[in-house]
Design a binder for this molecule. Sequence first.
Ligand SMILES: Nc1ncnc2c1ncn2[C@@H]1O[C@H](COP(=O)(O)OP(=O)(O)OP(=O)(O)O)[C@@H](O)[C@H]1O
Ligand SMILES: [Mg+2]
Length: 231
Amino acid sequence: MLEICDLNAGYDDMPVLKSLSLSIVEGEVLSIVGNNGAGKSTLLKAISGLVRSTGSISFRGTRINGLKPHAIVQKGIVHVPEGRKIFPEMTVDENLTMGAFLNPKEYRRHLDMVFSLFPRLSERRKQLGGTMSGGEQQMLAIARGLMGSPKLLMLDEPSLGLSPLFTESVFSSIGEISRSGVTVLLVEQNVCQSLEASDRGYVMETGSIVLSGTGRELIENPQVKRAFLGM
Ligand SMILES: Nc1ncnc2c1ncn2[C@@H]1O[C@H](COP(=O)(O)OP(=O)(O)OP(=O)(O)O)[C@@H](O)[C@H]1O
Ligand SMILES: [Mg+2]
């Protein structure tokens, strides 16, 4: 579904991604794990057109690097950024409406879908986004992303700062999103849980991929155990 080949990207004169290649298969949940500063968020920004890149990113056979971010969203790639970035002065309903701006015809169907996925949001439709708890804001950020009708949903650290209970609930919603037919690219520092929830994974180190495999293979890999699981 997504093929990345020899990708280089960074900020001003600081290179971050170095000749990175990976692929995402339609229908899978794929995780990318790596230490702080490895370049995971930069990779998602390069895919969604927020940072410039060289090399190639193609989505369903069409090259997308160089396109503007809105054109990439229109193709079905939705990015839920690190730190949630909901609109704090808008209500839950208004945040969801913003997520649907490219896709107003499907508004009702998507609204029903996100409320069944996150019933708590349906109880708080008039509450301002900024007054929701951290976990609720994360649900809202994911729900807003889903309102854009993604084919590929990219989630950057969705469990960051959440209690174990909320983390569980975010991972279980990722399972449901995947079963509804959306391909999921997950970037996480919660290495064990995210690999468990994934079909496949990649380990990233200083801007390149150093390991890949099924979620299970990576959890059992001695290098992964040493680097991320403290074993
Ligand atoms: N806007 C920016 N301008 C300059 N440098 C940046 C910018 N954003 C990120 N960087 C740098 O790029 C490198 C990769 O950062 P990135 O945010 O992609 O890492 P990450 O793997 O997502 O890390 P984390 O796990 O901490 O979120 C870091 O050295 C970071 O300081
Ligand atoms: Mg990051």
